[in-house]
Design a protein around this ligand. Structure first.
Ligand SMILES: *[C@@H]1O[C@H](CO)[C@@H](O)[C@H](O)[C@H]1NC(C)=O
Ligand SMILES: *[C@@H]1O[C@H](CO)[C@@H](O)[C@H](O)[C@H]1NC(C)=O
Ligand SMILES: *[C@@H]1O[C@H](CO)[C@@H](O)[C@H](O)[C@H]1NC(C)=O
Ligand SMILES: *[C@@H]1O[C@H](CO)[C@@H](O)[C@H](O)[C@H]1NC(C)=O
Length: 422
């Protein structure tokens, strides 16, 4: 039985074998769905044109845009609402005054909504993310400030004609934006999708992801896009009532790596979490976040190897998709033919708790506490507040105006009812 890994130096050999062996096939559309995280953010600064170009070139199925807003009300793709995290703002004329907004961050920041799109695009440079800097591991310094920032409209125009199965737009802090900035982010995203023609095409799936169910509920009321609920905390399973709730507004779920394979001190424990099975048997595909290539990011059971880790999630846990800073690694994994019952030993997924079980009891790390169960109270959220009339933010959207009218009609009615009661 032929089984090959797509090592580049075996490429010609692979092609010969393909010609000779009819049972051999590569199914590029197979699982997992490869979803980028801020574009190919392992190689280029988050959400830049270069990060998205690299993600597409590397074979991502879906590229993603986390939406923030500028002072002039322009939705942009930016992985953090605080520009200190992902741009060179700290060394620019906009470094002061940094402000502390406790709703967002305990420390001072320079927030996207305090600068205009011109301020950002003409004066700042992107800055590559270094999530593992505490291990002195830095991403390619050559690309440290490479690429240009993208508005949501630029992202949509870029993605539209690419060979992608879809795009994912991530919306967070919608309530803050509505109340404090007077910005209706859901309406802004819907409008950008309309303007770009995305609402009138079926070639690419449009996925909207949020950790807050109220955002997805609103999208569900107004659109037919695919809604992805991201479970923010580590959980061992989802209670039936929470599954029923999620099904009301989402068609897929993103879960953390640890919710699937719990760890203690970077060793997989033998706790078996049922989250993937529970979600999938309710008809919800599962995407795991967040995968990286840096060797310190994978538990030892995966040999500190990114491909072994992907294999663990795909063959071991049977996830439907992976959300990754390095879409190229996940795409390359998909090209292998070493899956299924003919898989050789080296492709067997790691057994959770395997290393711990052979470790001297005295050397074992403390047992990890069991993770909580996701319940319907974790999922339920109050509806999004109406978009406020603030003078700091840009022109209010139509929806904002509509809601204001709705609110004033409501108040009139209440006053009327009250006067009737008296
Ligand atoms: C930043 O924006 C917020 C909300 O619009 C506003 O309250 C605050 O004063 C702004 N801060 C600066 C330094 O511009
Ligand atoms: C899991 O591991 C712990 C110690 O690490 C051990 O006591 C327990 O028996 C193991 N459970 C199973 C089901 O293997
Ligand atoms: C989710 O959004 C609602 C408004 O719809 C807000 O009240 C709530 O605090 C948000 N939840 C979290 C965890 O941010
Ligand atoms: C918003 O409020 C300001 C005063 O706070 C007012 O001058 C302005 O007319 C209001 N705008 C709308 C659209 O109601």
């Amino acid at each position: 039985m032929v089984c090959l890994l797509p090592l580049s130096d075996m490429f010609n050999f692979t092609h010969i074998v393909m010609l000779l062996n009819f049972s051999f096939h590569i199914d590029a559309a197979a699982k997992p769905l490869v979803i980028s995280h801020n574009g190919a953010s392992g190689d280029y600064p988050d959400c830049t044109d270069q990060a998205y170009q690299k993600a597409v070139a590397d074979g991502a199925d879906v590229i993603d845009c986390p939406v923030q807003v500028t002072k002039d009300g322009i939705p942009i793709c930016m992985s953090s609402i605080d520009l200190m995290d992902v741009t060179t703002v700290a060394t620019s004329q906009f470094a002061t005054p940094a402000v502390t907004i406790t709703d967002l961050k305990p420390v001072p920041g320079v927030f996207s909504f305090n600068l205009t799109w011109d301020d950002i695009s003409k004066n700042l440079k992107p800055m590559i993310s270094n999530p593992l800097s505490k291990f002195q591991l830095y991403r390619n310094p050559r690309n440290k400030n490479a690429g240009s920032f993208m508005r949501l409209s630029d992202f949509l125009a870029f993605a539209k004609d690419k060979d992608l199965s879809g795009i994912m737009i991530t919306v967070e802090r919608a309530a803050f934006m509505a109340e404090k900035l007077g910005f209706g982010v859901v309406d802004a995203v819907i409008k950008a999708l309309d303007d770009s023609g995305y609402s009138k095409q079926t070639a690419q799936k449009v996925m909207i992801q949020s950790t807050n169910s109220s955002v997805l509920v609103k999208f569900k009321q107004e659109t037919k896009y695919d809604l992805v609920y991201m479970i923010e905390e580590d959980v061992r399973d989802a209670a039936p009532s929470s599954l029923a709730d999620i099904k009301k507004f989402a068609s897929a779920v993103s879960v953390s790596t640890k919710s699937i394979f719990p760890t203690t001190n970077q060793f997989l424990t033998n706790q078996t979490n049922n989250l993937v099975t529970s979600l999938q048997s309710s008809g919800l595909p599962v995407y795991v976040y967040l995968l990286m290539n840096e060797f310190v990011s994978q538990p030892y059971d995966f040999f500190s190897d990114a491909t072994a880790q992907i294999n663990g999630y795909v063959q071991g846990a049977k996830v439907d998709g992976v959300i990754t800073d390095f879409p190229g690694t996940a795409h390359r994994y998909k090209l292998n033919s070493c899956m299924g019952k003919n898989a050789p030993d080296f492709m067997r997924p790691a057994q959770p708790g395997g290393i711990l079980s052979v470790m001297d009891p005295g050397a074992q790390p403390p047992a990890a506490a069991p993770m909580p169960l996701l319940t319907d109270s974790d999922v339920a959220e109050p509806p999004l507040p109406p978009v406020s009339n603030t003078t700091t933010a840009s022109t209010p959207s139509h929806a904002a105006l509509r809601m204001k009218t709705d609110a004033s009609i409501l108040i009139t009615l209440l006053v009327l009812c009250a006067s009737l009661l008296i």
